[in-house]
Design a protein around this ligand. Structure first.
Ligand code: NAD
Length: 399
């Protein structure tokens, strides 16, 4: 039997599987295989809430309960992709059609010390480990109280950095109470190279997010380029001068790239571990386009240009989902030996950044929104995705 192999169980591939028509399973001579390194689908846009301690398992769904029954799941870690072959930690797998949806990794842009001294928020296990590290460090500080204050530095004021700070600062109220640490004793500083936080929003919105967080004692160091990370702080350049910002705990949320597997696979041409794709979601490979006829790359490992601006779209869950849904149509045509009937075009619906449990900013179409209504909308979008994957049982405690 011929094989359709899907790598990764994130937004892109789950949207693809959930959008395939039911007759796809019995109408052709293909079997479907999904390879992923964890038996879970997790909502990566909510990883900051795991790291901050707001939630844990609520952002995961077990794959064996949500995959269509005709999809065989294999838990394995992909190491390299070759022509017609996947090299993984436990085995090798052949494919006739391949869909790569391996997601993102942290990008330290080669800055010295980030790998050694900073933690990032890029996968479920890592987010759980970071939460534990923060709690342990605060417990330790509560007992020893050996320094004037416990300093946490968050590097990067993009979505992940600000969403993490927003949810952590809310959570901290309870943690401080339990550990009996005075508010003044914990200092959180967010360091950002740009003059504004959340530079993707209009300045009024991002400034309201900044004020909201400043009222909760967050300090922003803007226009501060991170040059190096040390065990006890960060070296930055501000106004042409080098400075050190002290920190006992450093969280790196200043950028992501595609999966390292892409870079390690000479089969692809990559930049920042991403593969440029065409409007049929297939890798653009000038050297040998023929080899790419049966390969699709979707989600954060794919780099797609906006045809109007010729700039790459940023990697978002919304983009990954739209690509997955669209690929379901193309895949059906491919399995039936037909030509592709349409090209992918991204339709941005808006975006929302949550800032803790009471506030959010964002836009829907051309309308800017902020406050609780923005937050409720974000929660509704998250619930809708959960429902799409697992129906009502996704909301039951025993699931
Ligand atoms: P990001 O690229 O959005 O933000 C990183 C920030 O770090 C930027 O503001 C950048 O200016 C700053 N930065 C980079 N290098 C720096 C340096 N050397 N010194 C100081 N500052 C520096 O990264 P992210 O927040 O990890 O998000 C990654 C992608 O995932 C984005 O496309 C984002 O839109 C998406 N995302 C979306 C959501 C959501 O929709 N709720 C949540 C999380 C992530």
């Amino acid at each position: 039997m011929k094989k359709v192999v899907l790598l990764g169980a994130g937004y892109a591939n789950m949207a693809l599987l959930k959008s395939l028509p039911s007759n796809v399973w019995n109408e052709n001579e293909y079997e479907f295989l999904l390879i992923s390194n964890t038996p879970l689908h997790y909502f990566s846009v909510l990883l900051h809430e795991v790291a901050s301690g707001v939630c844990e398992e609520e952002i995961t769904l077990p794959l064996n309960a949500i995959l269509p029954k005709n999809v065989k799941f294999i838990q394995d870690k992909v190491i390299r992709i070759e022509q017609n072959l996947i090299q993984a930690e436990n085995d090798t797998y052949e494919y006739n059609i391949l869909v790569v949806g391996l997601g993102f990794q942290s990008d330290n842009f080669g800055i010295v010390g980030i790998k050694e001294y900073a933690d990032s928020i890029v996968n479920y296990q890592g987010a759980l480990a970071l939460k534990q590290k923060i709690v342990n460090a605060l417990r330790d500080y509560a007992v020893k109280g050996d320094v004037e204050s416990f300093k946490i530095a968050v590097c990067g004021a993009g979505f992940t950095g600000i969403e993490f700070i927003g949810s952590f600062v809310d959570e901290l109220v309870q943690i401080r109470k339990e550990l009996n640490i005075h508010q003044e004793k914990i200092k959180i500083t967010c360091i950002e190279a740009m003059p504004n936080i959340l530079p993707m929003f209009n300045p009024k919105l991002s400034s309201s997010a900044k004020t909201y967080l400043e009222e909760k004692n967050i300090t922003f160091e803007l226009g501060c380029k991170i040059l190096e990370c040390e065990k006890d702080g960060i070296i930055v350049e501000k106004n042409g001068q080098k400075e050190k910002i002290d920190a006992s705990l450093i969280i790196w949320t200043a950028g992501v790239k595609g999966n390292q597997v892409m870079e390690d696979s000479t089969f692809f041409t990559t930049q920042r571990s991403k593969v440029e794709i065409n409007a049929y979601l297939q890798p653009i490979n000038q050297a040998n386009q023929e080899l790419m006829q049966n390969v699709f790359v979707i989600g954060d490992c794919a780099a797609l240009k906006d045809p109007l601006t010729q700039r790459f779209y940023p990697p978002t869950a919304q983009m990954a989902m739209q690509q997955g849904e669209f690929l379901a149509k193309l895949l059906v045509q491919k399995l039936q030996g037909k030509n592709f009937s349409e090209e992918f075009s991204y339709k941005p619906k808006g975006t929302i950044c949550s800032i803790g449990s009471q506030y959010a900013i964002g836009y829907v179409g051309k309308m800017n929104i902020k406050g609780k209504s923005a937050l409720w909308l974000k929660r509704a979008i998250e619930a809708n995705w959960k429902f799409k994957l697992a129906g009502l049982k996704a909301f039951s405690k025993t699931f």
